[in-house]
Design a protein around this ligand. Structure first.
Ligand code: SF4
Length: 279
């Protein structure tokens, strides 16, 4: 059985950077807290938890504590509240997400309505919206577009969640261009996501079966799975090697593998080792 491992499988630059920052803080024995998981992956969260980095739901008393802002970023209200409560803030927001913040803020200051194409409940999207003075319009590709709201906008600038599927975004762009006369479009899907998605256009064609590795809470892994499934029905989304079923491999000569941006290398390695045994 031939194994095709996508070159881009696993951690992207922004996730790696955020985890490195978290690990360095832990080594300094600081009291580090995060609002939610550093990335959407259980193994990574458990590992950081073992190092003493704590996940919290809301900000408490912050003197002597560090609040680590995760790769997805956060809104201005979180920064302001954390400072007020006495936390020292260490910002691990991915520079590519920061760039989306910069564009969105600039357009907002020009009094253009900011439209964000992205998952409406995702931290990154909320973080982008949380940079602005005027309420952003969020268009979630999973939901029907509220054309009534779109039609009311005269001048708009569109930014995109970094991990969105380019094809879906393009479809939304065409609709927006129809209804908003003065529309500026910023394709802010990040480079690592584009590379991963590009690879997913070929890998499912070149392989009899495709495994997409990543947590079920990871939106970018889900999108890779959706792209693969459309091309190759034999595509499976697994969190780790324990979810693989040996019967999937009957009559299979080639397996394509990729992994979401928040999937650690060890998980990918374990899947590869498992496949060495079944082949
Ligand atoms: S997916 Fe892109 S934007 Fe998000 S953390 Fe990774 S590199 Fe940064």
């Amino acid at each position: 059985m031939r194994i095709n491992l996508a070159k881009s499988a696993g951690f992207c630059f922004g996730v790696k950077r955020a985890i490195d920052i978290a690990q360095r803080l832990a080594l300094l024995n600081k009291k580090v807290f995060m609002l939610g998981d550093i990335v959407h992956n259980e193994e990574v969260s458990q590992k950081l938890n073992r190092l003493g980095i704590r996940k919290i739901k809301r900000l408490g008393y912050g003197r002597g504590k560090i609040l680590l802002i995760r790769a997805h970023g956060a809104g201005r209200d979180i920064f302001a509240k954390a400072q007020k409560r006495g936390y020292k803030i260490v910002d691990a927001t991915c520079p590519m997400v920061k760039e989306i913040h910069r564009i969105a803020k600039k357009e907002d200051n020009k009094k253009r309505r900011v439209i964000i194409i992205g998952d409406s409940n995702h931290d990154e999207v909320l973080g982008i919206a949380g940079q602005l003075k005027t309420k952003a319009l969020i268009i979630d590709p999973k939901r029907k577009i509220d054309v009534r709201k779109v039609k009311q906008i005269k001048k708009a600038s569109v930014v995109v969640q970094s991990t969105q599927d380019m094809e879906k975004v393009e479809r939304i762009r065409v609709i927006l261009e129809k209804w908003v006369k003065d529309l500026k479009f910023f394709n802010t899907i990040c480079k690592p996501t584009r590379i991963k998605q590009k690879e997913m256009k070929n890998l499912p064609r070149e392989s009899d079966l495709v495994l997409i590795i990543g947590s079920k809470t990871s939106a970018n892994t889900k999108r890779l799975y959706e792209i693969a499934k459309k091309i190759n029905k034999n595509s499976y989304w697994i969190s780790n090697e324990k979810e693989i079923k040996p019967e999937w491999f009957k009559g299979i000569n080639s397996v394509g593998i990729t992994a979401g941006a928040s999937t650690p290398e060890e998980t990918i390695k374990e899947v590869l080792e498992y496949l060495q045994e079944v082949r």
